[in-house]
Design a protein around this ligand. Structure first.
Ligand code: XUL
Length: 581
């Protein structure tokens, strides 16, 4: 008899309730994102039975984050998150789930996703101290505390390490070569260049293994937290580290050699610095003592390897094959799909698939997503004399009206709105406007306020310009990576609530736009992956058919032809911006 059954027979009424719930079976998916933590539960038929979310700024105010992060004005490009905030969010959400009488005893497996690339830096003896705290049934926060060599995690928004990327690039070879090896050229936000920078600038002690034991992706660390010990990292998220060889799914010897040389670490130590790797959706453990004590899950509840939010959305949106594209409209906007063939490039990324050991996924990430839409919306709203006390719902309703009011294509003018230095392609911060017409040059005004003030933009055309600029950029660069002839585009993330925006995406991509039942496709994908992990083999599709996605917009092919001509000019606009800076 298993330990779990023994526990069940000893605990009377709870065991009876627990066993019936277990027979029904629930699969739990978390999404530890930049701005908050979400959870979605599905039943055996993949129906959503529960969801909950919390927001770091509002629900864990003692950390004083803005948009979930600390942006450091003293060091340009530096963006961090307090690691303990990410961890405490689990204790908090579990408390709230229990207050809702969520039936943890029915959970068969748990999986999750985390914002990609972010790292947790481990203190010496991390695994031992995590196991010890779990044996004592301490809170998840207490089990994490002594595992951390740094209380802050570098995250995907950080771009303070350009010099380190250049040094690593010079050591390994051209951007194309690095992309061939790892799926992406060295990008500032990727884990290995982030960690190399922290160690080489001594922001984190580089005494390995005496003081610092290693580093893990946020996804791998969160899975460890639930399992109560350090567990292996899923290859689908490890591909976002610039450390793994995309073909062999092992740490790449050339890249780790450059990492060791850059940080002064012994090569043998560097080889073990990022821990073990595992195939997608591996069962990496069962619920640890801290997770069990906090929630009441059974000790045979499986923990399935976590992945990144974008790969998890591939699972949540059930992308089936080439031609099935997805757009995620969140803090960053991403365009991704199953790769038709393995084609790497120095712009964009190739990851291992989150749902199959043999496939790949292709992705482009645009740093300027929802926050940029909001900034342009607010500037246009102010300029139009909108009520400064208007809430978010009223502002978005106004945004929708303005989007409809401006003519499609803004008469052929192009724009780029850049809060955070953009990476697809590299663009400096600023707002840029290129009027229509041959030989036109960039407007001298470099902020949306100044463009509105000069009359180059009206409130309505500013709203349309930001939506079209983002969609056209996806189209222009997506075509280059082979994401060119979509059958359909599945849209997820907060931005998928805007009907007008979905229509622009349909017209720009020239394909029907589908939206999911929940905008939380990453958490949903994690719940599906939890079920797949339990199945122990077969194809992802075998876990069952989820509710079908609804068609939210059909493309107007005349509009599409117009947008195709505009998309052809987008790289020229970006080249002009780069030339002038
Ligand atoms: C993807 C990326 C972002 C984060 C956001 O490469 O950096 O989309 O995953 O959570």
């Amino acid at each position: 008899m298993s330990a779990a059954r023994v526990a069940a027979s000893k605990s009377g009424a709870r065991s009876a309730a627990g066993m019936s719930a277990r027979a029904a079976g629930t699969f739990l998916g978390f999404d530890s994102s930049t701005q908050g933590l979400k959870v979605v539960a599905v039943d055996e038929d993949l129906r959503i039975t529960y969801s909950k979310s919390l927001n770091y700024d509002k629900d864990l105010p003692k950390y004083g984050t803005v948009g979930g992060v600390y942006a450091d004005d003293a060091i340009p490009g530096r963006v961090r998150q307090p690691t303990m905030m990410l961890v405490e969010a689990f204790d908090e959400i579990i408390r709230r789930m229990k207050a809702d009488a969520f039936d943890f005893a029915g959970v068969r497996a748990v999986c999750g996703s985390a914002q990609q690339h972010g790292a947790v830096i481990l203190a010496a003896g991390a695994d031992r101290s995590m196991r010890k705290a779990n044996a004592a049934g301490s809170s998840l926060a207490a089990s994490a505390r002594s595992t951390l060599a740094s209380l802050e995690s570098p995250i995907w928004m950080d771009s303070s390490n350009t010099a380190t990327c250049e040094a690593l690039g010079a050591a390994v070879g051209s951007p194309e070569r690095v992309a061939e090896l790892t799926g992406s050229r060295f990008y500032e936000r990727f884990t290995l260049p982030q960690v190399a920078h922290l160690l080489s600038t001594r922001q984190v002690p580089c005494r390995v293994p005496e003081v610092t034991e290693g580093a893990r992706l946020l996804s791998g660390y969160m899975a460890s937290l639930l399992a109560g010990q350090l567990v292996a990292t899923d290859v689908s998220d490890a591909a976002g580290m610039n450390a793994m060889n995309l073909q062999s799914c092992e740490w790449d010897a050339d890249v780790l050699g450059a990492f060791a040389a850059h940080t002064g670490m012994a090569p043998a130590v560097a080889a073990g610095f990022f821990g073990d790797l595992c195939a997608p959706c591996s069962v990496v453990g069962t619920a640890g003592g801290s997770f069990r004590a906090a929630s009441g899950v059974w000790e045979d509840c499986r923990v399935v390897s976590w992945t990144g939010d974008n790969p998890s959305s591939v699972a949540g949106l059930r992308l089936d094959g080439p031609g099935d594209l997805a757009v995620s409209l969140g803090t960053s906007d991403t365009l991704f799909g199953i790769a038709p063939s393995l084609r790497t490039s120095s712009l964009g990324h190739v990851f291992r698939s989150p749902t199959s050991a043999s496939d790949f996924m292709t992705m482009l990430c645009f740093k300027n997503g929802s926050r940029t839409r909001e900034r342009v919306r607010d500037a246009a709203f102010r300029h139009a004399g909108g009520d400064p006390g208007a809430d978010e719902a009223a502002r978005w309703a106004w945004f929708e009206e303005q989007l409809e009011a401006a003519p499609r294509g803004n008469g052929g003018a192009l724009a780029a709105f850049v809060d955070q230095p953009e990476i697809t392609p590299d663009l400096p911060s600023g707002d840029f406007f290129l009027p229509a017409g041959d030989g036109a040059s960039l407007a001298p005004q470099r902020s949306v306020e100044a463009l509105l003030g000069s009359g180059a933009l009206t409130p309505a055309s500013a709203v349309r310009a930001v939506v079209e600029a983002q969609a056209l950029s996806m189209r222009a660069y997506g075509r280059r990576l082979g994401l060119d002839s979509p059958r359909s585009v599945k849209v997820t993330g907060g931005g998928s609530r805007s009907r007008g925006l979905l229509r622009v995406v349909a017209d720009v991509m020239g394909a029907p736009v589908l939206v999911a039942e929940t905008p939380d496709s990453a958490a949903l994908g994690a719940a599906y992956r939890a079920k797949f992990g339990c199945a122990g083999g077969g194809a992802f599709g075998d876990i069952g058919e989820p509710a079908s996605l609804a068609v939210a917009a059909e493309p107007d092919m005349e509009a599409h032809a117009e947008y195709e001509r505009m998309a052809d000019r987008v790289p020229d606009l970006h080249a002009a911006i780069q030339r002038e800076h």
